[in-house]
Design a protein around this ligand. Structure first.
Ligand code: NAD
Length: 475
């Protein structure tokens, strides 16, 4: 039975109410964790608040060294952590290792930036006076994380928060707390002082909401769905807290008639089916120029048919189960709606034979769903890709923008004019030209429209975890 991690140790809470963690490949219970609430969150926030002054006193370069050291220690345990992540999340082992590697890379990146923290100096402000812009950490930061990439998305908050001198209370998703709890233990073993990083388990509306509204929490770094992001923003507003909100998406990919089709088709397939389609930056809507639409559809169908579906820990699995029964039902309902509205099923649309226990779905390709169908207007968080033919770039951009979301996007073309037009006109916080999906720590990342508010990654993330104080100094 896993417990919470508070003040440098595993803490068992007396409450009694526990959450079951299921293996998505079998539906069996893997472990249970405490269903913490306001009292447990309060204990963790107080531990973080207690650790804050001493952590802030640690020189920034030393904080960076400790974070880098902790990252190494986590990676040294990848053989233990990857199967744990696969068991609670469902993803293939190879993807679990990739996810852990991203976590380590991100911590390393911010460890390197620890020495770059800067404020400002304004000379000759007035007679005998100069100005300083002092940069300070915020204090206790709450990190609320979803289940699709539990460690990567934790790292995006932890890296910039810790190197800038904040302390953190994380609230992992109800269904993926185990890797986070183990990582918390490893970070502490590697030298991150007690109380600097804490992890509280519990339900979103209880533990999550209590973290958002706790008076000692100064900022919430939230990744999750758009509706809960809005609630988080409203809850944080009561205390005038800062928020970074990384929310849902419905990323368009545009394939022009002059595109490198080998690259585009491979990227569309990987981009849609990686993590069983449960990625914020998955390719969720495909717009293909008429002249190449048949070829793209045929070759994507052939690729989907070759994908090996199975348990995440089985040799050669490329597509694991969906994370939950509820998630699968939602995707099935969206596919059924598309089919009722006239979409042609090119591949999949059903549950694979012989895998009855877990939450599996065959990779699904839908041709020409109606423009008002659910797959066109909602986020599809699973392995189903709608494909539409378009006349030209203007139509592709107009339809790409006909979404409440604006997270990622891509265009495949050899024509610089087309690429530039898409870069300017597609409404998205991130765009790839002739690639899709890889996110770099160097570039700020975050959505526009209802996909979010604020940025993670990039040196900009340091600004989101610090505040400035302007000082007038008279000699
Ligand atoms: P979710 O919003 O249901 O849950 C996310 C987290 O919020 C969980 O830890 C949950 O317990 C917590 N939570 C739930 N209710 C809460 C409340 N009232 N107050 C505070 N916290 C609460 O999202 P999910 O289903 O776990 O994740 C999938 C969604 O996340 C998708 O929409 C996906 O696109 C999005 N996502 C976005 C990014 C990004 O970077 N933009 C990355 C990954 C996932």
């Amino acid at each position: 039975m896993a417990d919470m991690f508070v003040g440098g140790e595993r803490v068992a809470f007396a409450g009694g109410d526990r959450l079951e963690v299921l293996d998505p490949a079998t539906g069996a219970v893997v472990d249970t964790v405490p269903a913490g609430g306001a009292a447990e969150v309060d204990q963790a926030v107080r531990a973080a608040a207690g650790a804050f002054p001493a952590w802030w006193d640690v020189p920034a370069a030393r904080r960076g060294e400790l974070v880098a050291q902790a990252a190494r220690h986590v990676w040294a345990h990848a053989d233990e952590l990857a199967p744990l992540l696969t068991r609670e999340q469902g993803k293939p082992l190879r993807e679990a290792r990739m996810e852990l590697h991203r976590f380590v890379e991100t911590l390393d990146h911010y460890a390197g930036l620890a020495r770059t923290l800067r404020g400002g100096y304004v000379p000759d402000l007035d007679e005998g006076a100069h100005g300083l812009i002092v940069r300070r950490p915020l204090g206790v930061v709450g990190a609320i994380v979803p289940w699709n990439f539990p460690t990567t998305l934790l790292g995006n908050k932890l890296g910039p928060a810790l190197v800038t001198g904040n302390t953190v209370v994380a609230k992992p998703a109800e269904t993926t707390p185990l890797t986070t709890l183990r990582v918390a233990e490893l970070l502490h073993e590697a030298g991150i002082p007690a109380g600097v990083f804490n992890a509280v388990t519990g339900r979103g509306p209880e533990a999550g909401a209590a973290l958002v509204e706790h008076p000692l929490v100064r900022k919430i770094g939230f990744t999750g769905s758009t509706p809960v992001g809005k609630q988080t923003m409203a809850g944080a507003a009561k205390g005038m807290k800062r928020v970074t909100l990384e929310l849902g998406g419905s990323d368009p990919m545009i394939i022009c008639d002059d595109a490198d089709l080998d690259g585009a088709i491979k990227a569309a397939s990987t981009g849609r089916f990686f993590n069983c389609g449960q990625a914020c930056l998955a390719v969720k809507r495909l717009f293909v120029f008429d002249a190449v639409a048949d070829e793209v559809a045929d070759r994507l169908t052939a690729r989907a048919a070759r994908l090996k579906v199975g348990p995440g820990d089985a040799q050669g699995t490329q597509l694991g189960p969906l994370h939950s029964a509820r998630g699968r039902e939602l995707v099935e309902a969206q596919v059924a709606d598309a089919v009722e509205g006239g979409a042609k099923v090119l591949h999949g649309g059903d549950r694979p034979e012989g895998l009855d226990q877990g939450f599996y779905l065959t990779p699904t390709l839908l041709l020409e769903p109606a423009e008002d169908s659910r797959v066109a207007t909602e986020e599809v968080f699973g392995p189903a890709l709608p494909i539409w033919r378009v006349r030209d770039l203007d139509e592709a951009i107009e339809r790409a923008n006909a979404s409440p979301y604006g997270l990622g996007s891509s265009i495949w073309t050899r024509d610089l004019h087309r690429a530039n037009r898409a870069i300017e006109r597609v409404e998205a916080g991130y765009m790839w030209v002739n690639s899709h999906n890889k996110v770099y720590d160097e570039l700020p990342f975050g959505g526009v429209k209802q996909s979010g508010y604020g940025k993670e990654h990039g040196a900009e993330a340091l600004d989101y975890y610090t505040e400035t104080k302007s000082v007038v100094v008279r000699g």
